[in-house]
Design a protein around this ligand. Structure first.
Ligand code: PMP
Length: 428
């Protein structure tokens, strides 16, 4: 058993920041990250044996809880047959058939190995299909770390191409236009000016990378309308929301059909998987059928497909999402009530199995600027106090949290009891 501080010091010597993905480093909340030894159901266990109720779920994939026995069994069986072949396997077709059934806007789908690859490839496809270069995204939405998508707005106004990460060439960023999420008027104004040059809009249909912001009524409809009018491609990035807010994703929940959909997280059941799919007439532009090139040595990996396919089978049960939504609402309404009792200004959002907590005096948070105004210092203190008591929340005020089917009523009640005491202490 080794303390996290020692593991973190060793890691920092050989891994930048000690982590293989930045937010894991706790740089958003301070302190030393928890090093995980193993996980089961709703719990993760750290390197010295502490147990935490986990509301991160590997950032979304673990909708069934950790190490679900049927998923592990499927993975073991697939692994026995060989880890990778670089040639077609039947399970890839079974996966594609399943995705096409569950997500009606998807006629054809290609598997990749991460959400980043999925969105990057969907953008290339939209550009190749339309012959246009400009793309539209929304401030605060995250679509992975490819160059074209690592661009965000300056001051919330319509912004043309400011690289937000050194290393993104200005020439690439120039073609990414960033607007304000939930601002339909800005979308219409932009398209009135530049619509014919815009290849696509990419959007998180429920934003989960600026905390959790649901779409306002009419916003997704507006995106669909302008894309139809200007022959631009509408891409729903459902890497997070896919199979998380409902069996057909956010597009099923809000009843809007995008042209392309990107998937990740749950579709891999915890293995490194992403996917992009959509209308046949667009997907047929991909190599080897068409000229838009995209490929992957490990794409459609049989072990990853086994984990994903088993997960998709297990979530496809009557009442699954009703139960998940009820759990999430029990958590968020319970937290809100206890914060109010303690005199702490906090509000929440939730959709299906995802949620967000905002330390804010606003009653409804639906814009990026409101998220930025939340009390981050209070969030940090709340995060650490909860962690000390055995509740593992996302270590950032800008990330959604996730509830799994494995969270029991007792887990939720224990979380609320802990939060009640923590809120009182924070207020004292
Ligand atoms: N799109 C969305 C909506 C995401 O939430 C994420 C990751 N959190 C990505 C894309 C990128 O996925 P990955 O980290 O697997 O590259």
């Amino acid at each position: 058993m080794t303390e996290a501080s020692s593991l973190f010091s060793d890691a920092k010597l050989v891994i930048p920041g000690g982590v293989n993905s930045p937010v894991r480093s706790f740089s958003g909340v301070g302190g030393t990250p928890v090093f995980i030894d193993h996980a089961k159901g709703a719990y993760i266990y750290d390197s010295v044996g502490n147990r935490y109720i986990d509301y991160v779920g590997s950032w979304g994939p673990m909708i069934l809880g950790h190490a679900h026995p049927d998923v592990i069994k499927a993975v073991k069986q697939a692994a026995e047959k060989g880890l990778s072949f670089g040639a077609p396997t039947e399970i890839e077709t079974l996966m594609a058939q399943r995705v096409c059934e569950l997500v009606p806007s998807v006629d054809m789908v290609r598997m990749v190995s991460s959400g980043t690859e999925a969105t990057m490839s969907a953008i290339r496809l939209a550009r190749g299909y339309t012959g246009r270069d400009k793309i539209v995204k929304f401030e605060g939405c995250y679509h992975g770390h490819s160059d074209a998508l690592l661009v965000k707005a300056g001051s919330g106004a319509l912004t043309f191409g400011v690289p937000s990460s050194p290393g993104v060439p200005a020439a690439v960023a120039e073609n990414t236009i960033t607007l304000t999420y939930n601002d339909s008027e800005a979308v219409k104004a932009l398209f009135a000016e530049l619509g014919e040059q815009i290849a696509c809009i990419i959007v998180e249909p429920v934003a989960g990378n600026m905390n959790c912001i649901p779409p306002e009524p009419g916003f997704l409809e507006c995106l669909r309308e302008v894309c139809d009018r200007y022959n631009s491609v509408l891409i729903f990035d459902e890497v997070m929301t896919g199979f998380r807010v409902g069996l057909s994703g956010a597009q099923g929940l809000y009843n809007i059909q995008p042209d392309l959909t990107t998937l990740g997280k749950i579709i891999g059941g915890g293995m490194p998987v992403g996917a992009f799919g959509g209308l046949r007439k667009i997907m047929e532009h991909l190599a080897p059928l068409g000229p838009v090139y995209q490929a992957g040595t490990l794409s459609g990996n049989p072990v990853a497909m086994a984990a994903g396919l088993k997960t998709l089978e297990l979530i496809d049960q009557p009442g699954f999402y009703e139960a998940l939504t009820a759990k999430t609402e029990k958590l968020t309404s319970g937290l809100k009530a206890r914060a109010a009792q303690a005199g702490i200004a906090m509000t929440t959002n939730s959709v299906g199995g995802m949620f967000g907590l905002f330390f804010s005096t606003e009653t409804q948070v639906s814009r990026f600027a409101q998220v930025m105004q939340c009390d981050q210092d209070l969030f940090k203190r709340f995060f650490h106090a909860m962690l000390d008591e055995g509740v593992y929340l996302a270590p950032s005020a800008f990330e959604a949290g996730f509830v799994s089917a494995a969270h029991s009523d007792e887990d939720l009640e224990k979380t609320l009891d802990i939060a009640e005491a923590v809120f009182r202490r924070l207020q004292a």
